[in-house]
Design a protein around this ligand. Structure first.
Ligand code: NDP
Ligand code: 2IT
Length: 451
């Protein structure tokens, strides 16, 4: 067995109740095979074994009171995975599906993603099995306070800097930051994604979606293509999806799908202009369902189906797929349907939206593939820029931040391609991103000795 196979086998045995973590480790580790031969020093220092073990995991009780005075108890998590190259950095997810394995997979991916941005950030992730849907603002506020009542002792601007993810947006960051500031009596950059009035960065809300489209444009350019006139499938209708749709429109593409966990709408005219504004209002102000978009514009709605189910079942042709909802939304049969219908590129806005089998199908069919840790790194990159602005106590303009974001996305694309070439897997963005992200962290770990 190779070193890599041994590491995967050990994780499968030790963390057998964590399928998503096993999947993420398998995806990263198998592509690191070419680094083993070139770096006996990593093998000797057991870097591969060490990198799959988090620095620490904090699990805590989150008791809170609803509007009727009834008490609820949720479980809180923060996985501080690796701080070799900077303070732990990564989002918080509030969703009923959250468990240790999901937070570990996200934290593990974050190590390599953050490394790829070129900014000094380690990898971490956290969250809770709390369901924000259907809760009043006051209930969300009490939950966020209760969550921060424990989390505050584990984080800090030079220690660990959380941000948003599924179920955590501007509202939640506001409540959590307000509570942290109150109990610590400190106004520091301990969270990113803050409001503009209290230390947030321009373009942070847009960053993941915009960055995804910038990255995809780089991928397309390698084949002499661009977004102009392309039909695009975006899944989800949250933060990442919303700004991905906006940027595809800017670039001359047409987005014909949006979805949520209840169903999918097909809008063959494209989600643009006043319709995009309505989507923003529906999801961010009203906090309604995508079904209401279909009803308002009298469009086909597919209850209980994902975007990828609809493409498969209805045989709909799309040129580009941008999954922006959640992990493992694209399975093998979905990927086969995309290939059959002429899709040329898949770039991941969500974290690990493609199963390992789906990724194989992309490869076999020559579909350009932009893996999450490269394609969606724009969000955390602008979080890094928010940290810089907080430290300097100044704020950059929209144009400055957007220009830096574009530069970073281009750089990630180039770095991944160069690493792929240097390690004998030319053109493979997945392997290249994993290798490039890994090398920086591994070298730092090596420099520290055995800690
Ligand atoms: P939001 O909470 O804003 O939106 C999530 C969207 O995905 C909603 O439309 C939601 O539908 C849908 N969704 C969530 N869970 C499921 C599920 N289990 N099945 C089907 N649909 C689901 O989150 P974000 O837009 O921030 O995050 C989307 C993805 O992007 C996640 O994978 C996240 O990890 C990743 N990401 C986010 C970044 C960020 O900066 N926010 C940065 C990098 C990656 P519903 O409303 O019904 O729940
Ligand atoms: O998955 C991710 O990169 C995020 N949710 C953003 C993390 C961050 O710290 O901005």
């Amino acid at each position: 067995m190779s070193v890599i196979e041994e590491v995967i086998a050990k994780v499968k045995e030790k963390d057998k109740d964590q399928p998503e973590f096993i999947q993420a480790v398998t995806e990263v580790m198998t592509t690191l095979e070419p680094t083993v031969e070139k770096h006996p020093e990593f093998v000797k220092a057991k870097i591969y074994e060490r990198i799959v073990e988090p620095d620490r995991v904090v699990i805590f009780r989150v008791p809170w009171e609803d509007d009727k005075g009834e008490i609820h108890v949720n479980r809180g998590f923060r996985v501080q995975f690796n701080n070799a190259i900077g303070p732990y950095k990564g989002g918080l997810r509030f969703h009923p599906s959250v468990n240790l394995g999901i937070i570990k997979f996200l934290g593990f991916e974050q190590i390599f993603k953050n490394s790829l941005t070129g900014l000094p950030m380690g990898g971490g992730k956290g969250g809770s099995d709390f369901e924000p849907k259907g809760k009043s603002d006051r209930e969300v506020m009490r939950f966020c306070y209760a969550f921060m009542r424990e989390l505050f002792r584990h984080i800090g601007p030079d220690t660990d800097v959380p941000a948003g993810d599924i179920g955590v947006g501007g509202r939640e960051i506001g409540y959590m930051y307000g509570y942290y500031k109150k109990i610590k009596n400190e106004h520091t950059g301990v969270l990113t994604g803050k409001g503009l009035e209290y230390g947030g960065s321009l373009i942070r809300p847009e960053a993941t979606g915009y960055g995804l489209v910038y990255f995809t444009a780089e991928m397309l350019a390698t084949k002499g293509m661009d977004f102009n006139g392309k039909v695009v499938a975006v899944s989800g209708s949250g933060n990442v999806a919303q700004y991905a749709i906006e940027k595809v429109n800017h670039m001359g593409g047409k987005v014909i799908f949006a979805s949520d966990s209840s169903g999918t709408v097909l809008d063959e005219e494209g989600i643009k202009g006043e319709k995009w504004e309505f989507l923003m209002w529906l999801k961010n102000e009203k906090r309604g369902r995508i079904r209401e978009y279909a009803e308002k514009y009298n469009l086909p709605y597919y209850e209980g189906k994902s975007v990828w189910d609809v493409i498969r079942d209805e045989g709909i042709k799309v040129d580009i797929a941008l999954p922006c909802a959640t992990q493992n939304e694209i399975h093998k049969d979905h990927a086969e349907a995309l290939a059959k219908n002429g899709c040329v590129a898949v770039a991941e806005g969500a974290n690990m939206p493609s199963t390992l089998d789906a990724i194989k199908v992309y490869k076999e069919n020559g579909i350009l593939f932009g893996p999450a840790k490269a394609a969606n790194a724009g969000g955390v990159a602008v979080s890094g820029l928010e940290m810089v602005q907080n430290s300097m106590r100044l704020s950059w303009t929209r144009e400055e931040v957007d220009r830096k974001l574009l530069e970073i996305m281009k750089n990630i694309h180039r770095t991944a391609l160069e690493a792929a070439k240097a390690y004998g897997v030319e053109g493979d963005l997945l392997a290249g991103a994993n290798i490039a992200g890994f090398l920086k962290v591994a070298r730092a770990m090596l420099a520290y000795g055995v800690v």
